[in-house]
Design a protein around this ligand. Structure first.
Ligand SMILES: Cc1cc2nc3c(=O)[nH]c(=O)nc-3n(C[C@H](O)[C@H](O)[C@H](O)COP(=O)(O)OP(=O)(O)OC[C@H]3O[C@@H](n4cnc5c(N)ncnc54)[C@H](O)[C@@H]3O)c2cc1C
Length: 787
């Protein structure tokens, strides 16, 4: 019978982490799993969140492991290029739940999370800035929470375990275990047996069932199972952080929360809590049993719970996604124990945060087995194993089944050593041969690979032409190398793009001062994206576009504050240009940054292949922001139903006001530009007039339907159009063709005049949607008519 030092049953994230730690500690390790691949159990059916560990009871393993493990997992992911995203989390309290939120925060403080993670409480106002679509009265911000690709974690652990000598055997189903007080005997479903000194039961949902075959029943906890369902929104989700409501008082689950996909763009809701019957027992073929099917009728309760904090989630916009099972034990904690059996480590109740805690759980396995733990820092800073590390798992299986000899493992190890040496020797031989061929082929000695690879290839190409293809073999290999190098360069570009967008996102969501916002970096992101192949480029562009709006909004808000500081914007009629001031310089600096950002946004659109309409494209972002306070003033006088100036019969009042405002502020702006010698900002005067022309267009569009459909108001239609023409020539004089285009965009394009969307309070947000808010139909009823 074959004998191994240690067998790990289960190659989920926990089994893979344990196998890696044991192999690194020098043990002979065989990890087995009944699936054909690693990580196909609960590891592939969770939220992929790196938890900060806010809720767990003081002194519990979950509390101890979660916080420490999260930091390690980030480091692990960083050094292995595993997709992850430290997107942060908000735990939100609805109206009336503030006391419960405080209790959660106090608990987090008492177990050291608040301090460690630099968590903080946010007010309703803070939340409006961070997540404008979120409705909550307060929240805890957990900066350390993030998401990670669980599959990549498992693959990295597996590769490193193998590099340290562990073997994996997939498609191997352990049916029974016996213990003779000294060694364990494992019987597989095909009758094959293996003995081992140490046994690690990391069988996840099945750990209890496996333990029942050899552990005294009274020592085992009672296992219960709880299903967690996920739903995916069919509409875009406007949040940038994970959103968690307060956990239900029952303590089961964390409440129906929002999780973002690690590669940006996607989102899902869940898991909820669906207890399975007390006597439920997991079966071997979990997928085939139908237990993971998601009942579409649960969407209603999801909707209800989500709408508490995201009321604008449209009804009927959730689609069933996947589900997972949590295994629960009465203590509610991880139970990692030997039951007093030397050499055994059973892992029970490994539910959330099992993924986050996997590296610490692996350490605990070593502790329970009495194996010294390799120094953590060394361990996680180790280089990635070289690509191409071979996996012998299938070979092991075949050999074990075919020969069932005790010396098989020994032979296998030797074979692996031999193959490794062969491959290395062949690589060195080939390198020397290629070098020698190159040296003799080229007139001058060629430096070694790969620095001068392209020039060497060029020389070879010449030589090949001269010698009639005698060196074809070598040349083809070099071409292969070149392709590999190109691929590596491409991968490096992808990594740089991801890092750069992550850095920008961190800066944006850390609410840095506007002057420190990484606008120039966005241009670098565009350049990086443009170098990527099309699929990766699409991902890069999506990531970058996701950042443009919050950046624009932060810069525009800062610009509005700087404008207020100038004290002359909006300018009172008849006042003259005041002497300089830092505020004006700041305004111009912010305008330049906004222009630069708009440039990047345009480039991103081009990369994406989507076109802007000429009207959209002609709007300059800095000018839109400059026009915001002016537009607010205009709307206050001319679009408010209870304003005396809001009259159908006097469109010329509104037009005149706009012209005067455009002229006054154009002069004011020109004064600033001359004073600050800001030659590069000249086009802003025309842009400002164009922005006010756009407001004129919206003003007319908002009234046209009422004027044309209402018999009583019809006489004023002609007058409005007549005044529009006069307004047009006045504006062309001030702002040139840009203003004319902006004013006539709808009319020239023969665009149907739809009734305006409900008007937002101008000035709330300087971004396009707020300004797009033309006049509501209701506003028309308030127009003062002389009739
Ligand atoms: C809905 C849900 C959401 C979650 N969200 C998170 C989260 O956001 N963050 C977090 O940190 N944690 C989360 N978790 C917890 C986390 O997913 C688990 O703790 C973790 O994946 C457990 O890993 P594991 O290796 O113990 O189990 P598994 O991944 O299930 O691996 C066990 C393996 O054992 C194998 N096996 C079983 N019996 C046998 C046998 N007899 N012979 C051979 N092989 C066998 C199985 O095939 C399986 O591959 C969540 C869990 C659920 C259910």
């Amino acid at each position: 019978m074959a004998h191994v030092g240690a067998v790990v049953v289960g190659a989920g994230v926990v089994g893979a982490a344990a196998a890696r730690s044991l192999a690194r500690a020098g043990l002979e390790v065989l990890a087995v799993d009944r699936f054909r691949q690693a990580g196909q159990g609960t590891t592939s059916r969770n939220s992929q969140v790196i938890h900060a560990g806010l809720y767990y009871p003081d002194g519990s393993l979950k509390a101890r492991f979660c916080a420490a493990s999260a930091a390690r997992l980030y480091k692990f992911a960083e050094s292995r290029h595993i997709p992850h995203w430290n997107c942060q989390k908000l735990v939100v309290a609805a109206e009336g739940q503030e006391e419960r939120l405080k209790t959660v925060a106090e608990h987090a403080r008492s177990i050291g999370c608040l301090q460690k993670e630099n968590m903080r409480m946010l007010s309703r106002h803070d939340l409006k800035v961070l997540e404008p679509d979120l409705v909550a009265s307060a929240a805890i911000l957990s900066p350390g929470t993030g998401v990670i690709c669980a599959h990549s974690v498992v693959s990295a652990l597996l590769a490193e375990a193998e590099a340290s000598g562990a073997d994996f055997s997939f498609g191997s189903d352990v049916e029974d275990v016996s213990w003779d007080g000294n060694a364990f005997t494992l019987t597989f479903s095909d009758g094959f047996k293996v003995t081992c000194d140490k046994l690690i039961n990391a069988a996840g949902l099945h750990a209890g069932q496996l333990a029942e075959t050899f552990v005294e029943p009274r020592l085992l906890p009672k296992f219960r199972f709880c299903k967690g369902n996920y739903f995916r929104p069919t509409v875009p989700v406007p949040f940038q952080r994970l959103i968690y409501p307060l956990p239900p008082p029952s303590g089961a689950g964390l409440g129906t929360h929002l999780t973002l996909d690690v590669e940006g763009g996607g989102a899902k809701f869940g898991p909820d809590t669906e207890w399975l019957p007390d006597d439920y027992a997991p079966v071997k073929d979990m997928d085939g049993s139908g237990v993971y099917n998601v009942d579409a009728s649960r969407a209603a309760s999801f909707e209800e719970s989500i709408q508490c904090w995201w009321p604008s989630l449209p009804s009927g916009s959730l689609a069933p996604d996947y589900s997972g099972l949590r295994v629960k034990v009465p203590s509610g904690d991880f139970e990692i124990t030997s039951h007093g059996m030397e050499g055994y480590c059973g892992l029970y109740g490994i539910e959330s945060p099992g993924l986050t805690s996997s590296l610490m759980i692996a350490d605990q396995v070593l502790r329970v087995l009495g194996v010294p733990i390799p120094a953590e820092a060394q361990e996680d800073e180790l280089e990635r194993p070289p690509p191409g590390t071979r996996c012998f798992s299938d070979g092991l299986r075949t050999l074990l089944q075919g020969e069932a000899s005790e010396s098989v493992l020994e032979a296998l190890k030797q074979r692996r050593e031999e193959v490794r040496k062969d491959v290395e020797a062949a690589a060195v031989r080939w390198g020397q041969a290629a070098d020698a061929r190159l040296r003799s082929a080229c007139a001058e000695p060629v430096p070694s690979f790969p620095g001068r690879l392209s020039s060497a290839a060029a020389l070879l190409e010449e030589h090949r032409a001269a010698t009639g293809g005698a060196l074809k073999g070598v040349f083809d290999r070099l071409q292969g190398f070149q392709r590999l190098l190109a691929r590596r360069r491409c991968l490096e570009d992808i990594v740089s793009m991801v890092k750069k967008t992550d850095a920008v996102r961190e800066a944006v969501f850390a609410c840095r001062p506007a002057e420190e916002l990484p606008v120039a970096e966005m241009a670098e992101v565009v350049t990086l994206c443009s170098r990527l192949p099309s699929r990766s480029r699409a991902v890069g562009v999506k990531r970058a576009r996701f950042l443009t709006e919050p950046l624009r909004s932060a810069l525009s808000q800062a610009l509005l504050s700087a404008l207020r500081e100038t004290g002359t914007w909006p300018k009172e009629p008849g006042t003259s240009v005041q002497p300089g001031g830092d505020a004006r310089e700041k305004v111009l600096r912010l305008c330049r940054r906004l222009s630069q950002l708009q440039e990047s946004a345009r480039d991103l659109r081009q990369l994406e292949g989507s076109e802007l309409s000429p009207a959209e494209d002609s709007v300059s972002w800095p000018c839109q922001a400059l026009a915001t306070p002016l537009v607010a003033r205009f709307r206050h006088h001319f679009c408010r139903p209870d304003s005396e100036l809001c009259r159908t019969d006097k469109p010329e009042w509104a037009f005149r006001y706009l012209v005067e405002m455009a002229s006054d502020h154009a002069t004011e702006l020109e004064g600033w530009l001359a004073q600050l010698r800001a030659e590069d900002c000249r086009s802003m005067v025309a842009g400002l007039v164009a922005a006010l022309a756009t407001e004129g267009r919206r003003f007319v569009a908002g009234r046209l339907r009422a004027l044309s459909e209402d018999e009583v108001a019809k006489p004023w239609l002609l007058q409005t159009l007549h005044q529009l023409v006069r307004f047009h020539s006045a504006l062309v004089g001030l702002g040139g063709t840009a203003a004319a285009q902006a004013l006539m965009a709808d009319f020239d394009g023969n665009v149907l005049l739809a009734p305006g969307e409900p008007s937002e309070e101008p000035g709330d947000s300087p971004s396009e949607p707020a300004q797009r808010g033309a006049l509501a139909e209701g506003d028309l009823q308030g127009l003062h008519s002389p009739l």
